[in-house]
Design a binder for this molecule. Sequence first.
Ligand SMILES: NC(=O)c1ccc[n+]([C@@H]2O[C@H](COP(=O)([O-])OP(=O)(O)OC[C@H]3O[C@@H](n4cnc5c(N)ncnc54)[C@H](OP(=O)(O)O)[C@@H]3O)[C@@H](O)[C@H]2O)c1
Length: 223
Amino acid sequence: MKKAVILGVGPEAGLGAQLALRFAREGMHVLAASRTPSALEKLVSKIRESGGEATAVPTDATNEEQVVSLFENAGADLEIAVYNAGNNHPGRIVEMDTEYFENSWRVCCLGGFLFGREAVKRMLPKKNGTLIFTGASASLRGRANFGAFNSAKSGLRTLAQAMSKEYGPEGIHVAHVIIDGAINGEKGMINLEGIVDSYVYLHRQHPQAWTFELDLRTSVEKW
Ligand SMILES: NC(=O)c1ccc[n+]([C@@H]2O[C@H](COP(=O)([O-])OP(=O)(O)OC[C@H]3O[C@@H](n4cnc5c(N)ncnc54)[C@H](OP(=O)(O)O)[C@@H]3O)[C@@H](O)[C@H]2O)c1
C-alpha cells in the first residue's frame, strides 16, 4: 500500500488532520505525526473506522532521530510527504530572547530540512514522489511583531524551491503552498476543504506540467 506521511497533525478541524483524512480516502496508508499521541490516536481510529489505514507516529519535527524513525516506518512505498508543522507566535524583536527565535526557526525551517531530506532519500530510488511544504503569508513578507515566524517561514520557502530544482529532474515533485490568511474550522477563514483539494491537485499533476507554488486566499482577501 502506498504511504502518505503528514507531519504536523493536530485537531480534526485543522489542516494536518484533514490532509490525513483525505489521503486515507485516496487509498493511502497514512502515517500521522505530531508531538501529542492522544490526538494522533483519535484521528487514526477515525480513519480505521471508515475503512482506511493509518498509523500514529509521535514525532517532534525538530528531533532528527525521531524524523528519521518516522520515515523508517514509511519504508520504500512513500508516495507523498507533507511538512505542515508551524508555530505562529508573535513577539517584538527587542523583547525576544534568542531561544524563542531559535525555536521558531527549528520548527518552521530546520524541521522542514530534516523532513525533506528523509522524504527525498526514500523517493529517489524509485524516482517518484510528492513532497509538499505548508507556507503562510509569512513566507513572502515580514510583518511587525512576527519577525521570528516570518524569517523561519521564508527560509522554508527557499529550501523548498532549492529542493524542487535539485530533485525535480530526478522525478520528485517538490511544492510549496502559501496559505495567505487564516484557515477556518477552529480559526476562521480560508476553506479547509479547498486547501486540501489543492494538495491533492499538486500530487496528481503530470510531471510535464508541475507547479512549484500555489497561493491560496479567499475571494475577499485584500492582498
Ligand atoms: N491556522 C491558520 O490560520 C494558518 C494560516 C496560514 C498558514 N498556516 C500554516 O498551516 C500549517 C498548519 O497550521 P494549523 O494552525 O492549521 O495547525 P494544524 O494543521 O491543525 O496542526 C498542526 C500541528 O503541528 C504540530 N506541531 C507543532 N510543532 C510541532 C513540532 N515541533 N513537531 C511536530 N509537530 C508539531 C502541532 O501538534 P502538537 O502540538 O501535538 O505537536 C499542531 O497541532 C502551519 O504550517 C501553519 O504555519 C496556518
